[in-house]
Structures are given as C-alpha cells and as structure tokens.
Design a protein around this ligand. Structure first.
Ligand SMILES: OC[C@@H]1[C@@H](O)[C@H](O)[C@@H](O)c2nc(CNc3ccccc3)cn21
Length: 447
C-alpha cells in the first residue's frame, strides 16, 4: 500500500449543479431555464420523461444533504446557482426568495465548516434570455455580468471561490453544434458565436467581480487529453485539431487573449473575424483554473464532422456506463499540460468521477461500487503524481455528491458517491463515499 500525502491545505469536496439535483425548478417565483424546456421536450431529450422537476429534491432537502456532507467529512462543496431562480427574466427584477435559497445553502455550509464554491453558470440559461437570442446575442455578456453582480453583492465573503462558467465547450458543442444539450441547436455558424459570447460573458463577469470582489474567481473547463493514434502526419494533425477544438478553444483566449489557429481551419467560413477589443475583455486576469477531467481520447484522422478527427476505441480498457475509458494517467498528463501551456495559476480539479452500474436501489443500507472505488483511488493518486511533478493543484471536487440527472441521459447514469432512491429520495452512502472519507481524513491517496 503506497501513500501519497497531499499539501496540508488541499481542499477535498464534491460538486453538483442546480438543475441536476434541486428539483422545484419553478418554485418561489423562479423563471424557467432552457433545461426545463429541453427536458420536457420528448423530441430533444434522449431519456424521455426524465426531467428536473423533482431530481434529488435538494431544494427541499438541502439541510439534510449538507448534514450528510458533514458526516462524510467534506471540506468544500461546489454548487451552481440557477440563474432563473435569482433573476426570473434573466435581467432586471431580483427574486429574493430564489436568492434566499442560495444564501441559506451558503450559510448552512459555513455552519458545518464546509467551504462553498459557487458556479454562476452550469448550463441553465433563463428561457427569457434564450428567447432574446441567448448566447447568440452579444448583449449576453452584459446580462451575465449583471447576474454576477447580484450574487457577488449578496454572497461575496461568505463565498470566496467563484466560477464564472462551467465548461463553455460543452455548452457550445452540445447546445449549438450537435444539439444534444439545451438549447438543442445544430448550426455550425452559431457555435463559434455562442462560444465567443460565452467567453465575453466570462470576461465581463470577472471584470464586474473586480469592482467589489475581495476573493477569487476562475473559469472551469473540461479537458480531455488527446493522444495521437500514430506518428503519421495525418494523425498528428488530427490530434492538433482535436486538442485545439476542445482543450485550447477557451483557455487560449482567457489566458493568452487569442484563439488557436486550428479553429479557423475547422470552421472555415463559419469562423468570424472577431473584434480585437473583445479579447481585452475576455482576457481578464483570473485567480485559478478549474479542470474537469473524466477520460482521454486517442485521436486519429477520419472523415467525421467537423474535426476530421475521431477516437480510436480502447477496447481492452475499463469503460464507464457513459462509454468513457478509465485512464488515470490522463489526469496527471493534462494537469502538467495546463502548467506547461498556461503557466502557474492555481488549479482545482472541479470535477472528476464516473458512472458505473450500481445496484438499482440500496440493499440494507449498503451500495457496493467497487469500480468507482478503484476509479477514485487511481485518479486521486494521479493528482498526487502531478503535484509531485510541479502542478499547483489546490483541491479536488469529486463529481458527484449525489446520483442525479445526467442531462439528456436522465437518471440512469449514476455518478454519485451517495446513492439516491428516486422513488423514496432516500440517500445511502456508497462504499466510494466511505473511501473518500478516508482519503479526506488522511489527506492522502492510497493505492
Ligand atoms: O457527465 C458527467 C458530468 C455532468 O453531470 C456535469 O454536469 C458536467 O459538468 C460534466 N462535464 C463532463 C465532461 N465533459 C463532457 C464531455 C462530453 C459530453 C458531456 C460532458 C462530465 N460532466
């Protein structure tokens, strides 16, 4: 058994997102989100009938859930705010009842010595703004900054780590290019515009935070390291395109104030000439980068759209029920890649976890999830390896605290370290939760 001690102040927590766990999406004056619209549309939702109407009923069970976080020993909790609860029309009128829920959540976390990490946008834009063009409207940067100011004014100080966007790549690729996620558009000309406005909104929110904020704000990106399938020029070029499209598209403008050149190659006539002043807005200095890591991609040239690059199936490897290869080394590699390409900003693993087949409901208060236990042990050790090699990793937010609504895939994909019986709403810590409690108590990875 090898032990890898982590830095003394390393922050161990879990992550969730509003629409995936809260339920009651229209309660107390809340305005509907694009996920309320998407999940109720059987033409769009893969898991037809699975909506966020109830989810984990966290909106009504928050205090008990925080008590369970405390029992497990969590030091931090990354959550997101449903924009429409706070601003039902997306801008203008503040819904104090909705803001009050998040104030109670933050105060309950603090009362249990759990640090809140607050994500402003985890995919649930108010429909009122989507009806005005959503992320396709350049005004979205101002809408988002104004929304941020409402939260900063009320919660900054109690919240000391803010995140502007969760995974702009998924918002754009899923919501505007392939249509698999809300708002369900399939348009190669829209995708770059949405992507660019998301990053303008990120910059505008960071700029707004600097007006009054006294703590930290960052950006969360999903990073999937791309490994060329061969040394052939075709596969090498395919790897560069895939890396630019997913892993560089957002960090390059945020940190370096530019886009990777491959994006013009990928989008062609659909790639606009961006106004130079936009990059000054986007490149607002941030305090940390949040990295969401789940898996890697072995990439080869192919005729797939729009990248002409695609995955080589790793048939010998263990895969999750979402079809993702279990590849812990990729986490070490990608953390060192961020350091090499984007400098020594503090890093947080803001999501890491896996969906495996768990028993449908807890039997006698136990949920045995050996594959998730193994996944977590190896990925936490992989972080330790990156730290030993110089990566300034400050914390780990395991995805996820609860089994929850896996977006268009519904409730069948269970990522939680706590099992949720969606018929009774009973919570049952899985063996992976017990493992995580040990990791936190010892501040070490054990393999
Ligand atoms: O899929 C698991 C989680 C999801 O529940 C979170 O809300 C989201 O932040 C999240 N991002 C990823 C990684 N990126 C990704 C790649 C392709 C499709 C969907 C997500 C995984 N996850």
């Amino acid at each position: 058994m090898t032990q890898t001690p982590f830095p003394d102040d390393f922050l161990w927590g879990c992550a969730t997102a509003a629409y995936q766990i809260e339920g009651s999406p229209l309660a107390d004056g809340a305005g509907a989100s694009i996920w309320q619209r998407f999940s109720h549309d059987p033409r769009l939702m893969a898991a037809k009938g699975d909506t966020g109407d109830v989810a984990c009923d966290h909106y009504n069970r928050m205090a008990d859930d925080v008590a369970l976080m405390k029992e497990l020993g969590l030091q931090a909790y990354r959550f997101s705010v449903a924009w429409g609860r706070v601003l039902p029309e997306g801008t203008g009128r503040v819904n104090q009842a909705g803001l009050g829920f998040y104030e109670r959540l933050v105060d309950t976390l603090l009362a249990n010595d759990i640090e809140p990490l607050c994500t402003l946008y985890h995919w649930d834009m108010p429909v009122a703004l989507d009806d005005r063009g959503g992320w396709l409207n350049r005004d979205s940067a101002d809408w988002f900054a104004d929304y941020g100011r409402v939260l900063f004014d009320r919660l900054d100080g109690r919240v000391k780590k803010w995140v502007t966007l969760n995974e702009p790549w998924v918002v754009t690729d899923g919501g505007y290019l392939h249509g698999a996620l809300a708002p369900g558009h399939r348009n190669m000309f829209e995708a770059p515009i949405a992507s660019h406005n998301l990053m303008r909104a990120h910059g505008a929110a960071v700029k707004a935070y600097r007006e009054t904020g006294k703590h930290e704000i960052g950006l969360v990106v999903n990073l999937e390291p791309k490994y060329a399938a061969s040394d052939s020029p075709e596969d090498q070029a395919a790897q560069r395109r895939a890396e630019a499209y997913m892993n560089r598209q957002y960090l390059e403008p945020a940190i370096h104030g530019r886009y990777p050149p491959e994006l013009k190659e990928i989008f062609g006539e659909a790639w606009p000439d961006w106004p130079a002043e936009d990059f000054a807005l986007i490149q607002q200095p941030i305090d940390f980068i949040g990295v969401n890591y789940y898996t890697r991609n072995v990439t080869r040239a192919d005729d797939s759209w729009p990248l002409n690059a695609g995955p080589v199936p790793q048939t010998q490897a263990t895969h999750t029920t979402t079809g993702w290869e279990v590849f812990p080394q990729g986490l070490t590699d990608v953390l060192l890649w961020v350091k090499e390409n984007y400098g020594d900003l503090p890093l947080y693993i803001t999501e890491n976890g896996a969906a495996f087949y768990d028993p449908p409901n807890a039997e006698g208060g136990r949920v045995d999830d050996p594959l998730r236990v193994d996944y977590l042990r190896k990925h936490i050790a992989a972080i330790g390896s990156a730290i030993e090699q110089g990566a300034d990793v400050r914390g780990y937010m395991l995805w996820s605290f609860l089994d929850n609504l896996e977006w268009s895939l519904g409730y069948s994909k269970r990522f939680g370290i706590v099992h949720v019986n969606f018929e009774t709403q009973a919570r049952t810590p899985k063996n992976s939760a017990r493992l995580y409690s040990q990791v936190i108590a010892t501040n070490a990875a054990t393999l």
